[in-house]
Ligand binder design. Structure first.
Ligand code: ZN
Length: 179
């Protein structure tokens, strides 16, 4: 089911998520909800806490439109430096330059609990870092200057108020949320 993406600032986005211990049908359902939501919002990645589920699960988009499903991921090696214009489904209509490692090695489990390692470079490495940050309770705006962050925060708080009041519809969706 397509879920509503949580907009920052929100506690579910700023608290570290819990490791997955149950690799059953509920995890499969969560991954499916995340896939449908990412596609609805045209996201190249999504973390479970962005749809309000505080578990260590994320999707990382491949170039062909499919996703790596990463459960309990950690970055085991980082190298190089790059700077990318970064955005986030939880921070609509805001883009900022963020420094990231150019190359990462990630260790993660799949939905059956099997361990894997993946080495990523460039844009893919960038998405891995962004999504794993989410699972650690870090939204990318934590990497920009305090001034820029407070301006973005004001905009997001205003947007949330307007959504609540029904003045605007939640951004980024192709359809109205299911109720
Ligand atoms: Zn994000």
């Amino acid at each position: 089911m397509i879920k509503q993406v949580v907009i920052w600032p929100d506690k579910v986005l700023t608290k570290p998520t819990k490791p997955v211990t149950d690799f059953g049908p509920e995890l499969e359902q969560l991954l499916q909800d995340m896939r449908e939501t990412a596609r609805e919002y045209d996201g190249i990645g999504i973390a479970a806490n962005q749809i309000g589920v505080p578990l260590r699960v994320a999707l990382v988009g491949r170039r062909d439109g499919t996703f790596f499903e990463i459960v309990n991921p950690t970055i085991v090696e980082k190298s190089g430096k790059m700077n990318w214009n970064e955005g986030c489904l939880s921070v609509p209509d805001a883009w900022e330059q963020v420094d990231r490692a150019e190359k990462v090695r990630v260790r993660y489990q799949d939905k059956k609990g099997e361990w894997h390692e993946e080495t990523a470079e460039g844009k893919l490495a960038h998405i891995f870092q962004h999504e794993i940050d989410h699972l650690d309770g870090t939204v990318y705006v934590m990497h920009v200057s305090p001034l820029k962050r407070s301006l973005i925060r004001e905009r997001m708080e205003r947007m949330k108020k307007d959504i609540k009041a029904g003045v605007i519809t939640p951004p980024g969706r192709k359809r109205e949320p299911e109720r």
